[in-house]
Design a protein around this ligand. Structure first.
Ligand code: NDP
Ligand code: 8X3
Length: 252
């Protein structure tokens, strides 16, 4: 029987590349996100190219009722989730704390922390009942080192780090693997979202150096699922060679 991976935030960036990588390796996929058209487009693409089964589920991870409904109404086949990739997330704004926009803070906290928690709360019991599964949380270098004006986004990713460690402890008796992948700068829709559609500012983030590509993260996520059952990667920090930490870049 084919394995099943559930990927949140599969409409662009890492999530989309992760979906393709698992589909290429024979998994059936549950892909999620808010943009229905993009989800369905990806589903069609992967079904045609790779002959896999795809279940696109359009919902907002910030809304507990939507998350509950999505998971509770899965058929028995789709409830057998082998891998959950908690990827959906965003930064909104890059502003000193004293000028911060409360709505931006709430979007980040609700998506990056509470959304990840809601997904984990709903999917982990399914894994516990089967005594198998792997939860992969997408953290960030921003969850290791705070940078100027990163305040709440960094805080949300530090929370992902702590929640990942806590999840690993709590799921230890049930033999569920828990991994955090923490990337540095990668050229996706991330900066476009952070700067609220300002493309010039977004493009500027990646000028003068080679950032990570979404496919690099997909490789890492898939790799950690290929190890023998007695081996788990707890934590993987994945950086562009031209980025030493949150603030030091080698730019041409
Ligand atoms: P993208 O903006 O390209 O993708 C983000 C994805 O998250 C989209 O598919 C989006 O789908 C989904 N998403 C956002 N909010 C919600 C929501 N409320 N409900 C459901 N889905 C949501 O960015 P990335 O691929 O770069 O980001 C993926 C993850 O990686 C994030 O957690 C980010 O913090 C993290 N990260 C990114 C880095 C980077 O430099 N790019 C580096 C380190 C970590 P939709 O809009 O359709 O809902
Ligand atoms: C995204 C990477 O450094 O822009 O998490 O915050 S960073």
């Amino acid at each position: 029987m084919k394995k099943i991976v559930l990927i949140t935030g599969a409409t662009s960036g890492f999530g989309k590349a992760i979906a393709r990588k698992f589909a290429e390796n024979g998994y059936d996929l549950i892909i999620t996100g808010r943009r229905k058209v993009l989800l369905e487009e990806l589903a069609r693409e992967l079904i045609t190219d790779l002959n896999v089964e795809i279940l696109p589920l359009c919902f907002d991870v910030r809304k507990l009722k939507e998350v509950e409904n999505a998971i509770n109404t899965l058929s028995e086949k789709w409830k057998k989730i082998d891998v959950l990739v908690n990827n959906a997330g965003l930064a909104v704004g890059l502003i000193p704390i004293n000028e911060g926009v409360i709505d931006d803070w709430e979007r980040m906290i609700d998506t990056n922390i509470k959304g990840l928690l809601y997904m984990t709360r709903m999917v982990s019991p399914l894994m516990v009942s089967r005594k198998q599964g792997h939860i992969i949380n997408i953290g960030s270098i921003a969850g290791r080192e705070v940078y100027p004006a990163g305040n709440v986004y960094c805080g949300s990713k530090f929370a992902v780090d702590a929640i990942t460690k806590g999840t690993r402890i709590d799921l230890l008796p049930h033999q569920i693997k828990v991994t955090q992948i923490a990337p540095g700068a990668a050229n996706t829709e991330f900066s476009l979202v952070r700067f609220k559609g300002d493309k010039e500012r977004a493009d500027n983030v990646y000028k003068g150096f080679q950032p990570l590509q979404a496919e690099d993260i997909a490789e890492a996520v898939y790799y950690v699922t290929t190890l023998p059952s007695h081996v788990n990667i707890n934590d993987l920090v994945l950086m562009p060679t031209a980025q030493a930490n949150s603030v030091n870049f080698l730019k041409k």
